[in-house]
Design a protein around this ligand. Structure first.
Ligand SMILES: NC(=O)c1ccc[n+]([C@@H]2O[C@H](COP(=O)([O-])OP(=O)(O)OC[C@H]3O[C@@H](n4cnc5c(N)ncnc54)[C@H](OP(=O)(O)O)[C@@H]3O)[C@@H](O)[C@H]2O)c1
Length: 255
């Protein structure tokens, strides 16, 4: 018997990378999983097929979380499926960008904040009525919310704007945990280090791999499953006394 039997989970950005691994991990613990995607419909359907193939329950739901009404329309469809209660909400979907300070544009900042902060904020607003005693919210942030990675000189590209969106999420996690604690709802973040996904393409080059390993105590590149297992733990009742926390899943980055 899994830790999440009879529970329903929504995982945003579950078509690829960390979200995909999380959807599979939650399903392996017995949860019915709503596999959200943005553009990658085929990949999301493949995740659903994999879960069903293992005897689990899953459904794919598409919505652009960077659009003004994306969160609302996703929440409406989630409500139509789950009814009154959502047990697990994983706010994972996100985008990144590296650029020199002088090269950032207004559009870059709008996309980063719309996807990484506004989308999760309004999804939370819309789904909060479905969260009740025992529900668990997990927000995927990043080690860069608290740590500067790379060589911080003005001439170098940096993910500073992306990092600031993750800092905003970490702040929201604390506020949401305080707000929803009296209702018995837990809210935590998982802060990954460098994980081998499309977002961290640079780890596929030898130089990128060496840079990543030089930051970490554990000397391999992190895998999506390394993060997904932490999310599955936080989603379960085994984490019943943890709320408002940020759990690193980063192989000991920049200790
Ligand atoms: N990889 C890392 O090293 C790393 C480290 C720390 C934190 N993180 C965080 O972990 C989370 C997952 O990242 P990942 O590495 O798994 O990235 P990824 O492989 O690029 O996957 C990103 C996911 O987010 C979805 N998404 C992006 N923009 C969206 C939008 N506008 N509307 C709806 N969905 C959207 C994508 O959906 P579609 O493809 O369907 O559009 C995809 O499923 C992100 O929040 C990221 O910031 C990653």
């Amino acid at each position: 018997m899994g830790n999440l039997e009879k529970k329903t989970a929504l995982v945003t950005g579950a078509s690829r990378g960390i979200g995909r691994a999380t959807a599979l991990a939650l399903a392996a613990e017995g949860a019915r999983v709503l596999v959200h995607y943005g553009r990658s419909a085929e990949e999301a359907e493949a995740v659903v097929a994999a879960i069903r193939g293992n005897g689990g329950e899953a459904e794919a739901l598409g919505a652009d979380l960077a659009s003004a009404d994306g969160a609302k329309s996703l929440a409406e469809r989630v409500r139509a499926i789950v009814g009154e209660r959502l047990d697990v909400l994983v706010l994972n979907a996100g985008v990144s960008k590296a650029a020199r300070l002088e090269d950032y544009t207004t559009a870059d900042l709008e996309t980063l904040y719309a996807t990484n902060v506004r989308g999760p904020f309004f999804l939370m607003q819309q789904l909060v009525p479905l969260l009740d005693e025992g529900s668990s919210v997990i927000v995927v942030t990043s080690v860069v919310a608290r740590t500067v990675i790379g060589k911080p000189v003005v001439e170098n590209p940096s993910i500073m704007a992306y990092a600031s969106t993750k800092g905003a999420l970490e702040t929201l996690v604390k506020n949401w945990a305080a707000m929803l604690g009296p209702r018995g709802v837990r809210v935590n973040s998982v802060a990954p280090g460098i994980i081998d996904t499309d977002m961290s393409n640079f780890t596929k080059t030898e130089a990128g791999r060496e840079t990543a390993l030089s930051l970490q105590a554990l000397k391999r590149i992190g895998k999506p499953e390394d993060v997904a297992d932490v999310v599955a733990f936080l989603a379960s009742d085994k984490a019943r006394w943890i709320t408002g926390a940020s759990i690193p899943a980063d192989g000991g980055s920049k200790l």
